[in-house]
Ligand binder design. Structure first.
Ligand code: SAH
Length: 400
């Protein structure tokens, strides 16, 4: 097995179980590891630190998966670790219609592996060379553990490029998943929302729906009773659905994708929602400005844009983008109304995001109170030794 020797002084994060070793931390490689192969990671003095998976192309050279020298990273380890991840979600799995993330990559000790469950079907994403070369083992483990009706691969995320992997999409086991209604998870202790959403696993964005916002839909919806709301970046309308359920008076859904709006309309019908709804296809940056010139006002606006910052170099442009849409939205909110604003860019910390909203509030000359701070749903856990796993942040604000 190849051995990776880290530079002096670079052992600390590894000892603290941070799972990433970047190329800059590596002093030398002894051996010639193949893409995705298991490697040993040692300190400069030769002492063993951890074991992980090699990537031949990414700057992120090793993803660590065990700090126990006696633990081989073999098929049994893969099965046991998937089993552990699933056991942590049992409370949601009781309901057979529920959509839930079962494996969240590094947070579940399985770097590069995402498994989402949509009713009787599973979607997998294999985002590293290590997982891509173990696709058969992953599928076999999931079949034995969960006996799904079908397993569909959606490894079409851009991050595969960094791993020198082509997109991989298709049925890997069993039956082709149909377009089906599923129920997103609710917070523990909360009654089931009863909301259903269509999931189209082969064609939907991400693996079908935005599971990470499942709990936030209801949290935000609770502030929308009697409100005229704008669900901006609506995709399948998760926030609008929850707002309607909570008694919103009027819904406006805005998205750049016509398919997303069609899906949102179908979801409103699926839930027998009769609240007046308008569907607006277009660029939020332009349409928010147009609404301002038309002096249009809303009681609540939800801003849930796609990821703006993919790398450190884009951070400044991303923060300008966040400030712009938040500033525009603040102009459109009636005094006492609600702004629910999100960022799913991992590189934008909650602290930075709060500063961006502050700066928008100053420019808009509005008083803004944070009522709630939100994060990703608990089936997307944040691993303490890996703060990067906390990527979604949001604020529910009252705007005066
Ligand atoms: N709020 C949704 C998820 C939104 S994902 C939920 O809770 O499920 C982000 C959405 O923004 C996508 O549907 C994408 O089509 C849309 N989008 C991306 N850029 C946009 C733009 N400039 N203007 C409007 N919508 C945009």
């Amino acid at each position: 097995m190849a051995t990776i020797i880290v530079r002096p002084g670079r052992e600390r994060p590894i000892l603290q179980r941070h799972p990433w070793v970047f190329s800059g931390a590596i002093a030398r490689v002894s051996g010639n590891p193949a893409p995705g192969e298991v490697v040993e990671v040692c300190a400069h003095d030769g002492s063993w630190l951890a074991r992980g998976f090699w990537s031949s192309s990414s700057q992120l050279r090793v993803r660590l998966a065990t700090w126990d020298a006696n633990q081989p990273l073999d098929e049994t380890w893969l099965r046991d670790t998937i089993t552990r991840a699933v056991s942590g979600r049992e409370q949601w799995l009781i309901n057979p219609a529920i959509a839930c993330r079962l494996v969240f990559s590094e947070s579940d000790g399985l770097p590069g592996l995402i498994v989402d469950r949509y009713g009787c079907y599973l979607v997998i994403q294999l985002l590293t060379q290590a997982m891509a070369t173990r696709v058969d083992q992953v599928v076999a483990a999931l079949v034995d553990l969960l006996a799904p009706r079908g397993i569909y691969e959606r490894s079409d995320a851009d991050v595969r490029e960094k791993e020198d992997l082509l997109p991989a999409v298709g049925l890997r086991w069993g039956e082709m998943p149909p377009r089906m209604p599923v129920t997103p998870i609710t917070a523990l202790g909360q009654p089931a929302s009863g909301i259903r959403m269509f999931a189209d696993l082969p064609a939907g964005q991400k693996t079908g729906i935005y599971l990470d916002q499942a709990i936030n839909h209801a949290r935000v919806g609770a502030y929308c009773t009697d409100a005229d709301i704008l669900d901006c970046f609506s995709y399948a309308g998760g926030f609008a659905l929850a707002a309607a359920r909570a008694g919103a008076r009027r819904l406006t859904l805005l998205d750049a994708s016509a398919d997303a709006l069609t899906l949102a309309g179908e979801n409103l019908r699926l839930n027998n929602i009769t609240t007046p709804a308008e569907f607006v296809e277009g660029d939020a940056f332009h349409i928010l400005r147009r609404y301002r010139s038309e002096q249009r006002q809303f009681d609540a606006i939800i801003l849930d844009p796609p990821k703006f910052a993919y790398q450190q170099a884009h951070l400044e442009r991303a923060t300008r983008g966040y400030k712009d849409i938040n500033l525009q939205a603040l102009h459109l909110i009636r005094p006492g109304g609600i702004l629910a604003t999100f960022s799913c860019s991992g590189l934008v910390s909650a602290d930075l995001f709060q500063k961006v909203i502050f700066s928008a509030a100053v420019d808009a000359r509005r008083d803004v109170q944070i009522l709630e701070r939100l994060t990703q749903a608990p089936d997307h856990p944040v691993l303490l030794s890996f703060p990067e796993s906390e990527y979604l942040k949001g604020f529910i604000c009252r705007v005066w």
